[in-house]
Design a protein around this ligand. Structure first.
Ligand code: SAM
Length: 247
């Protein structure tokens, strides 16, 4: 998978793309990341990339020409891309979207700054707009890094262990069960005995119950999407004695 990132601040990407799992994925050629400075596509003497908003108002807006020229340049090198503008007004990013983006062989990510990008870029030159949450960042760079991270770890081979994305939160509309490691007792708090029992079936049942319970407590919106089985309902009743309201 190739990620082409368009930004006014290429330096922001150096460490996240070099370290840890992403760094290894780059080294092993499982992902390729190319960071392009939008300013390189501005042709005037001062390489201006922003201007005042038509109609007045605070702040500056990113001009369309350098971004679209960058897209045209990139369009000519490599496989056909899916072009994504990071925007707080885009569709809300989640695990399902991350998984669907792994189907693309190349993503171009446009990072806005200031008051955002001229609306014509969003309307006529992109395939998608994605928001990472209902809050406003100073720029799209952190949002792009989040997207690259979430998508990359779903690419086969990047995590090394394919099973590890199957069980985790959001793969189904369910949060993951709690995890523990050594020591068995830490400052008076013991690991649940069942996890030390070596009884795999009982451990799996306990984990399923905990995942159901914490999803119902913490994310009722997800829980409402879950098709809980009769065994799930029994399990929840066993754990907290409450009847389970299913939608
Ligand atoms: N004026 C815009 C608005 O109110 O919708 C906000 C612009 S924001 C300060 C500048 C840039 O940061 C945006 O163009 C976008 O690229 C990025 N950005 C900010 N918040 C974001 C979010 N939640 N998700 C994705 N990108 C975001």
């Amino acid at each position: 998978m190739i990620f082409d990132i368009l930004t006014l601040f290429p330096g922001m990407f150096a460490a996240p793309l070099r370290e840890s799992i992403l760094g290894k994925a780059v080294e092993r050629g499982l992902i390729q990341t190319r960071v392009h400075n939008i300013r390189d596509f501005a042709h005037d003497k001062h390489q201006v990339t922003d201007d005042r908003p038509f109609g007045g108002g605070d702040g500056m807006v990113m001009k369309p020409e350098p971004i679209v020229e960058a897209l045209e340049f990139l369009g000519n090198i490599g496989p056909p891309p899916r072009i994504i503008l990071l925007s707080p007004q885009g569709r809300l990013f989640n695990q399902r979207i991350a998984r669907s983006l792994t189907q693309a062989s190349r993503l171009i990510l446009i990072c806005g700054r200031y008051e955002g990008v001229d609306e014509r870029v969003a309307e006529y030159f992109t395939d998608d707009q994605i928001s990472i949450g209902d809050y406003v960042l100073t720029g799209g760079e952190l949002a792009a890094m989040i997207l690259v991270d979430a998508v990359s770890r779903l690419i086969p081979g990047v995590l090394g262990n394919c099973a590890s994305t199957e069980e985790e939160s959001f793969t189904k509309p369910l949060l993951e069960y709690p995890q523990y490691t050594r020591p068995q007792e830490f400052r008076g708090h013991r690991v649940p005995d069942i996890l030390l029992s070596g009884h795999h079936e009982a451990i799996n049942r306990w984990r399923r119950g905990q995942a159901l319970l914490r999803t119902r407590q913490r994310r009722p919106d997800l829980f409402a999407q879950l098709h809980a089985t009769p065994e799930d309902i029994d399990l929840l009743r066993e754990i907290d004695g409450r009847p389970t309201e299913q939608p």
